[in-house]
Design a protein around this ligand. Structure first.
Ligand code: THU
Length: 133
C-alpha cells in the first residue's frame, strides 16, 4: 500500500484517539478503517461505568463504516499511546473477520513505531459465516 495512504490512515486514527472516552482505564485508542471505496471511517474506544459495556476503537470504526453502508475494507490503522503499538483484542479480531481476513493492519504508537501486519496473521481461524452451515 502507498506509504502516504498508510500515514494518512495513522494520522486519522491519532486524531480520533483524542476523542476516546476512557475515564476508567485512561487508555485511549483510535482506529481508522479504509474501505475499498476509498473512504476512511474512524472510531475510538468508549467506556462505561458498567465496565463490560465498553466498546473498543476498532469495533467503533467498523460500526461507523457499516452504518455508512460499507462492507468491504482494505486496511485499518490503530493508534495507542503505549510503549509498543497495541494489538486488537480478541473480540475485535472476530468482529473484523466478518468482513474479510485480508484486512491490512497498521498498529502504531505515538512515538511513530508501526507494526504492519494482516488480520489473517493475527486471527487465522475465525468463526465465519461458513461456520454456520
Ligand atoms: N481497547 C481498544 O479500544 N482496543 C483494543 O483492541 C484493546 C483495548 C480499549 C478498551 C478499553 O477502553 C481500553 O482500551 C483498555 O482496555
Amino acid at each position: 500500500m502507498d506509504e502516504r495512504v498508510i500515514q494518512q490512515l495513522i494520522d486519522e486514527a491519532k486524531k480520533v484517539r483524542e476523542r476516546a472516552y476512557a475515564p476508567y482505564s485512561n487508555f485511549k485508542v483510535g482506529a481508522a478503517l479504509l474501505s475499498n471505496s476509498g473512504k476512511i471511517y474512524t472510531g475510538c474506544n468508549v467506556e462505561n461505568a458498567s465496565y463490560g459495556a465498553a466498546i473498543c476503537a476498532e469495533r467503533s470504526a467498523a460500526v461507523h463504516a457499516v452504518a455508512m453502508g460499507e462492507h468491504s475494507f482494505k486496511a485499518m490503522a490503530v493508534v495507542t499511546a503505549s510503549s509498543k503499538p497495541g494489538t486488537p483484542c480478541g473480540i475485535c479480531r472476530q468482529f473484523l473477520s466478518e468482513f474479510g481476513l485480508d484486512l491490512k493492519l497498521f498498529l502504531a504508537n505515538l512515538e511513530g513505531e508501526v507494526v504492519k501486519t494482516t488480520l489473517a496473521e493475527y486471527f487465522p481461524a475465525p468463526f465465519s459465516p461458513d461456520s454456520l452451515d
